[in-house]
Design a protein. Structure first.
Length: 419
């Protein structure tokens, strides 16, 4: 039994040296590649492929493929995190899994490129989700492994911007390539970008090796038990997880059906163009919120005031659309929602790394955190459909978004170890 009074091993100690711009840039690019690999297929390639394979049932095919893939993502993220926490490779704990995830994802994208039916399409997308969520688990752990607390909101802001930029660039890249050579080239381009982003980060950044004697138990029962984080034993982690879930649920409820909202409630003449305008305002404001909140949160050392502010701003954006379904109000609500969510993403990632239960389980625990990010994407379509048909249409949908984000603000006040 290890002496509890002994010094914390260096690999588990809280980092104190500030990370440099080069490291942050490589992490940023790897995250851009990762999110491009997820959202370019989701936004453009998979819907078009579903229509090509079965035009009469395209919505069902798309829903089944993405639903099964989302379930795979929920399982793989914490599992790969747990495995990386126990890896004693001479190449480090995280990098081998980052590379493996990128390779699996690239293989899945190439399977999708030639998928002849919905079954193969589902297999391909499950490989993509497994690979990219494994990669996400290890990249996220880089914040806790390498970044000191005084710099985490700045790095968290960059990760939030990377997610948004990957989404936008993914749509642009595949739309251009689809016009040139169709689906196969679009999928192949995503595969190359994912591999390039992972390779650049792995080859140019360090990854500490876990000594064999510090590796946790590999007994199946103990490994499975480690996947559970008790909110009773770790209440701050539980409250932070719940806050993260509610904010992501509120954001998903507020953005998922904007195209139909513009068409059916606002009656905007060109809803496709209107959606691009709204998402452009949302994205620009998200960047501003993430950069400013990251800077000032790190400077002050405070996290909760910024999360409370972001919760309030996002709720105001949603309530504006409850009261007025008009184009001018939509133009005001979009940047409000963006600046609120950008502020939250920057500061929340910093706060979440500060309430992790154990240093030796950082990647696994962040994988559990990522469930709070992914699960709303799974349940929102079902919840939104119920609200739209039973609980008041679009005013009810945006009211639900406001309630979710305000509840997140209430939950964050219960955290005691972070100011």
């Amino acid at each position: 039994m290890r002496d509890k009074t002994a010094a914390v091993p260096e690999i588990f100690a809280e980092p104190v040296l500030r990370v440099r711009a080069g490291w942050m840039t490589l992490l940023f690019l790897a995250n851009v590649a990762l999110w491009l690999g997820i959202y370019a297929p989701l936004q453009v390639l998979l819907p078009q492929q579903a229509e090509l394979l079965d035009a009469a049932n395209k919505e069902t095919v798309f829903g089944v493929v993405t639903g099964i893939g989302a379930f795979v993502a929920l399982v793989v993220n914490p599992v790969v995190g747990l495995l990386s926490d126990r890896t004693t490779s001479r190449f480090g704990r995280r990098h081998p899994w980052t590379v493996a995830g990128a390779v699996v994802a690239a293989a899945g994208l190439l399977v999708l490129a030639e998928a002849p039916n919905a079954v193969v399409m589902t297999i391909g997308w499950c490989l993509v989700q497994a690979g990219l969520n494994g990669m996400l688990a290890t990249l996220m752990s880089g914040m806790a492994d390498r970044v000191p607390v005084v710099q985490r909101a700045q790095v968290g802001g960059l990760i939030g911007i990377a997610q948004m930029l990957g989404t936008v660039l993914g749509a642009v890249v595949v739309v251009v390539l689809l016009g040139l050579a169709g689906l196969p080239l679009g999928y192949a381009a995503c595969a190359v970008i994912v591999l390039a982003g992972a390779a650049a980060f792995v080859l140019r950044t360090p990854d500490a090796r876990l000594p064999v004697e510090l590796r946790p138990s590999s007994r199946i029962r103990e490994v499975l038990a480690d996947l559970w984080v008790s909110p009773r034993r770790h209440p701050d982690f539980g409250w932070a997880w719940a806050c993260h879930f509610m904010i992501n649920l509120g954001n998903a409820l507020g953005t998922l059906y904007l195209l139909f909202f513009l068409k059916d409630s606002v009656h905007y003449a060109d809803p496709d163009t209107g959606l691009l305008i709204m998402m452009g305002l949302y994205s620009a404001a998200l960047v501003v919120g993430a950069v400013l909140a990251g800077h000032f949160s790190d400077k002050s050392g405070n996290r909760k005031p910024y999360i409370l502010a972001s919760s309030a701003v996002m709720a105001v954006a949603a309530l504006l659309l409850v009261a007025w379904q008009t184009w001018p109000v939509a133009l005001v609500a979009s940047p409000l929602l963006g600046v609120g969510f950008g502020t939250y993403m920057a500061v929340a990632l910093a706060m979440l790394t500060q309430v992790l239960p154990a240093a030796q389980n950082r990647a696994k625990d962040l994988g559990v955190v990522n469930i709070a990010n992914s699960l709303p994407q799974v349940i929102t379509p079902l919840l939104a459909t119920l609200i739209l048909h039973v609980l008041g249409g679009y005013p009810g949908l945006f009211a639900a978004s406001a309630v979710a984000t305000l509840l997140a603000g209430v939950l964050v006040t219960r955290i005691r170890s972070v100011g």
